[in-house]
Design a protein around this ligand. Structure first.
Ligand SMILES: [Zn+2]
Ligand SMILES: [Zn+2]
Ligand SMILES: [Zn+2]
Ligand SMILES: [Zn+2]
Length: 252
């Protein structure tokens, strides 16, 4: 016993030491990569190559390393230029929440916030796009009818359900005046214990909310909406940016 404990302890220490050095080995180069990507993205913005900047920022977001504190502002500005207003507003808010008025781009951020007001209100007022500003399209599963024929959810493709009066037994019991239990055929189900499914009437299928579009009849697309019914779509964006929880350095 006296021997085993020290061996165990030093083994633990070894594992600890090993994992610490692993951690260093991983985060060191990644932080360097982040600042390199960040510089490239800002340079792309200066050249007004916002799609390139978008892809570079995306690479930073996809890595799990903490992102630089000014990055949400730059990304918000890029998304604004790409007309992804809702995403832009999300990242801008994140920037202001994290940095407050101490942020290097506080003034620019407030200005961008004002610039976003009109496009955001257009998205809100438009019936042809989702709340992110992407054009809605007719659902291909239900062709816009919102409902589709699907398996009956009550009888699960049996076409029949158990009789509720006799609990599926086909017989009902009654106590007579002598307190003796008597059995009768169930009248509701003709003693079969089963009833034709009241939802599908035996057809085993029912009409219900389309599961593809959740009964909306429409699904969102990758195309930014121009808020006009005629549907001359402005830009096709093959990559959608999703707003996710950001890992950020706290501002110094
Ligand atoms: Zn549908
Ligand atoms: Zn019955
Ligand atoms: Zn049914
Ligand atoms: Zn719209």
């Amino acid at each position: 016993m006296n021997i085993r404990i020290p061996i165990h302890t030093s083994f633990c220490f070894l594992i600890f030491f090993f994992s610490v050095s692993l951690l260093h080995g991983q985060t060191g180069p990644n932080l360097g990569t982040t600042s390199r990507l960040m510089n490239q993205a800002v340079q792309a913005m200066e050249r007004e190559e916002f799609q390139t900047a978008n892809e570079l920022f995306r690479q930073i977001l996809d890595s799990s390393v903490p992102i630089p504190p000014e990055m949400p502002y730059y990304f918000a500005k890029t998304l604004f230029e790409l007309e992804q207003y809702s995403n832009s507003a999300n990242f801008l808010q994140k920037y202001l929440d994290l940095n407050g008025f101490k942020g290097e781009h506080y003034q620019e951020a407030k200005k961008l916030q004002t610039q976003l007001e009109v496009p955001l209100s257009e998205i809100k007022a438009c019936n042809f796009c989702d709340r992110m500003g992407y054009r809605l399209k007719t659902c291909g599963t239900c062709n816009g009818s919102k409902e589709v024929q699907q398996d009956c959810s009550l009888c699960r493709l049996a076409g029949v359900v158990g009789c509720s009066r006799c609990a599926g037994k086909g017989v009902v019991t009654k106590k007579n005046v002598f307190n003796i239990v008597e059995y009768y055929d169930c009248e509701r189900c003709n003693a079969t214990g089963r009833l034709v499914c009241p939802r599908c009437e035996g057809s085993k299928v029912e009409f219900g909310d389309c599961k593809t579009c959740d009964g909306d009849g429409e699904i969102t697309s990758d195309q930014l909406c121009d808020h006009r019914e005629s549907g001359d779509l402005t830009h096709f964006q093959n990559i959608r940016t999703s707003f996710k929880t950001l890992v950020l350095h706290s501002h110094p």
